[in-house]
Write a protein that binds this ligand. Structure first.
Ligand code: C2O
Length: 591
């Protein structure tokens, strides 16, 4: 039904003063650039040494690998195999005392279990779908999946969904280190709680004594996620308003009951905290009263450490910070504020502090009385993030395509809202994942595939340009790579490379496309496969705001290994999802 409707969506392109781009423009000519990655030399790096990692030598790792290793260029140390079993079930959750809500949790907990491995390890994760009526697929956010595209966990792109009652094994190497999360990539399922956090131990750009682990932040709704996703795509008044936030799965509610999460520290020690925005539709800012952050990573990329008293975190982004417990023994607020410039939350109507508590050993159990900085409510990315390992982008690059972000609305059927790239929303075909089409040698990805090709082993430059009048920022996330952020701004990019950053620009896996603006990204085609790049606002991804890069098609089959798990998954899914006779309809992009 969705597929038919798509053909008659009313395009607002002309209203927004954009010319339609012919569909052929999406099949792009081979790269016109032939430059290699330039590993800029730097005197600030320590050579890969033989020193051992410890609280005072966090820059070291082992056997010639250190914080100075370029993990994109050099194979990580050969590690061990680390195995996890995850099972997704229908259950209920009352995380803030505001009442039970149906959810789909991993191993019955929210957030799901912390997956932890070390740099160079191979993760083997068995995922069992014990949901009654949903497919699923788990994506390992930010993991590069070098030569393992089929384990990226995107239904309709890199796999068929895992059918109810069936299991799938994901196998991938931890070529990076740091902090991330994993989540369902099956429609809006992660808004039902289907997510957890992930740590890959490795070296760091600042020293600390102890690791406090992951600190996932999300908004919380008392209404089930799929209900909200449907509301969002039929709403003429914007997305539904969240009821609360959760910090590591807990918070006080609007009536004052419920519990704050506590981070417990001892005076005199330094702690690493791994802050992750796992939300569906919220940008957050965070700070810790009297404890400035020494920031050491942006996403998986180690950066030259710097001190900040506040950080703004878009959906999918991570910051690892070190705090020094050098204040008086007491309780201190970890403050979380809502980016009201691009969203809302019912808790801002109350006087209830949003956040968590830093509790020193020996302090009382009461709430903090500490004061802190004025919190931001903006939705713009942090700037000045300098990767520790300096890589540069060839300055000769020119954009491969201007990806015009617009939206469309179908007024015939109860108002259906779609985000489009070059006029088309991406709609995944669960039965025919793009990877299968590519491997079969076909280029018939379908009308709503939004495929952009990268045929040669070179750098590519992508220009995302907002053309809609809807003034919203979008956290753009790329699979299979860290992208290099050449520039961003408001309005329309003028095409001038003056002022763009080619010398060791910030690289990460989520960057915010400014409201009404543009985002200029580059990355080398060094990982054959199909990789989606999408807005990480779950509602927007569900409304089609995605493209997929078909990267070096002819090299995919030879690089990704056995397809037995992939094929088994598709056979099982097709048994479940019989065309014309399946248990429900795909009413969104499937992503
Ligand atoms: Cu966090 Cu496409 O994902």
């Amino acid at each position: 039904m969705l597929f038919k409707l798509a053909a008659c969506w009313l395009s607002l392109g002309t209203l927004a003063l954009t010319g339609a781009i012919p569909r052929e423009a999406q099949t792009l000519a081979p790269s016109r650039v032939f430059a290699e990655r330039q590993a800029a030399s730097s005197t600030t790096q320590v050579a890969d040494g033989a020193c051992t990692n410890g609280p005072r030598t966090r820059n070291c790792w082992s056997n010639g690998f250190s914080i100075a290793t370029d993990f994109d260029a050099k194979a990580p140390p050969a590690g061990k195999t680390v195995t996890y079993n995850l099972e997704i079930t229908n259950t209920t959750l009352n995380p803030d005392g505001g009442g039970d809500r149906p959810v789909m949790l991993i191993n019955g907990v929210f957030p799901g279990p912390v997956i932890r491995a070390s740099w160079g390890d191979t993760l083997v994760v068995h995922v069992k779908n014990s949901l009654e009526h949903n497919g699923t697929g788990i994506h390992w956010h930010g993991l590069r999946q070098l030569n393992s595209c089929q384990h990226d966990g995107v239904p309709g792109v890199t796999e068929c969904p895992i059918a109810p009652g069936k299991s799938r094994q994901y196998v991938f190497k931890c070529t990076q280190f740091g902090t991330s999360w994993y989540h369902s990539h099956w429609s809006a399922q992660y808004s039902e709680g289907t997510l957890g956090t992930l740590i890959i131990d490795g070296p760091a750009t600042a020293n600390y004594d102890e690791d406090l682990g992951t600190l996932p932040l999300t908004e919380w709704y008392y209404t089930p996620g799929f209900t909200l996703a449907e509301q969002a795509q039929h709403s003429q008044a914007g997305p539904p308003r969240p009821d609360n936030i959760l910090v590591n799965g807990t918070h006080v509610n609007a009536k004052g009951s419920g519990k704050y999460f506590k981070m417990k520290v001892k005076k005199g020690k330094k702690y690493r905290v791994r802050i992750i925005n796992t939300s569906v539709d919220t940008t957050f800012s965070v700070s810790m009263d009297k404890h400035p952050f020494t920031v050491i990573t942006s996403d998986f990329v180690p950066i030259k450490s710097f001190v900040a008293d506040q950080l703004t975190i878009a959906i999918g982004q991570r910051y690892d910070v070190v705090i020094n417990a050098n204040q008086a023994v007491d309780n201190y607020w970890f403050r979380v504020s809502i980016g009201t410039a691009c969203g809302s939350n019912a808790m801002t109507d109350t006087d209830i502090p949003l956040g968590a508590i830093l509790q020193y050993e020996g302090a009382s159990d009461s709430n903090p009385t500490s004061t802190g900085v004025q919190m931001r409510t903006t939705c713009t990315d942090e700037t000045g993030l300098v990767p520790f390992v300096p890589n540069s982008v060839p300055t000769s690059l020119v954009p491969q395509a201007e990806m015009k972000l617009n939206h469309s609305i179908d007024v015939n059927d109860n108002f259906l809202f779609r985000w489009t790239i070059d006029g088309t929303p991406m709609i995944a075909d669960w039965n025919t994942p793009s990877l299968q089409t590519a491997i079969s040698g076909s280029n018939d990805f379908g009308e709503f595939s939004n495929v952009y090709e990268m045929n040669s082993n070179n750098w590519y430059f992508w220009w995302i340009q907002t053309t809609t009048f809807i003034p919203l920022p979008h956290p753009i996330h790329l699979h299979g790579h860290d992208f290099y952020i050449l520039g961003s701004g408001s309005g329309t990019w003028d095409g001038s490379t003056t002022g763009l950053n080619f010398q060791n620009p910030t690289r990460r896996d989520v960057a915010t496309l400014p409201a009404g603006g543009y985002l200029l990204l580059a990355f080398p085609a060094d990982n054959p496969g199909l990789w989606v790049m999408h807005c990480h606002i779950a509602w927007h991804a569900g409304q089609g705001l995605s493209v997929q890069f078909l990267e070096r098609k002819s090299d995919i089959k030879g690089s990704i290994g056995s397809l037995s798990e992939f094929n088994k998954g598709c056979d099982e899914w097709k048994d479940y999802w019989v065309p014309g006779n399946h248990p429900y309809n795909q009413t969104d992009s499937g992503l």
